[in-house]
Write a protein of this length. Structure first.
Length: 163
């Protein structure tokens, strides 16, 4: 029965990684944002890397997803522990024993599934922060444009790119 101890351990590991890589948080000369810093921030708290990259609209998506799956893990773990506690009080000959065994296994599986999804949220958030930091120096001002114009001379469309 794992629970909050595992979550605390993961939080401590993430904090240690962040503290050990503070030197990697500074931006390098080619990008305005550090990809390493963005990834580390995202691994500490999903959405922090997006905030660092100034992709503010992504923060509630990352943070909300992580909070949702964390809540599900805690809730399913609590229900699993309740079913295990009832199971420990039942005799082997009790007709309800099989019901509580299945219930405990169901909640254990759901808890593990939510933990897997939380891991996926962390990975996607970190990858998004990494790519966003790499693209932060990319020039996308108004002088970059592509126009589709009708071309009656050839009876088609001409594509014009300017920068």
């Amino acid at each position: 029965m794992c629970g909050l101890d595992t979550v605390k351990l993961l939080a401590c590991i993430c904090a240690l990684i962040w503290l050990s890589s503070v030197s990697g948080l500074a931006a390098d000369s080619t990008n305005t944002k550090s990809p390493t810093g963005a990834v580390v921030r995202s691994l500490v708290l999903p959405g922090w890397g997006q905030w660092y990259n100034e992709d503010y609209w992504k923060v509630p998506i990352s943070l909300g997803s992580a909070a949702f799956f964390t809540y599900r893990i805690v809730d399913f773990n609590s229900q699993c522990n309740d079913a295990d506690a009832v199971l420990a009080q039942l005799d082997d000959s009790d007709p309800n024993r099989q019901l509580f065994e299945r219930r405990a296994e169901f909640y254990r599986d759901k808890r593990d599934e939510a933990a897997l999804f939380l891991g996926v949220v962390y990975v996607i958030s970190a990858l998004d922060a990494y790519v966003g930091a790499h693209l932060s120096g990319f020039d996308v001002d108004d002088t970059l444009s592509v126009r589709l114009l009708p071309n009656p001379a050839i009876g088609g469309i001409s594509i014009t790119a300017s920068w």
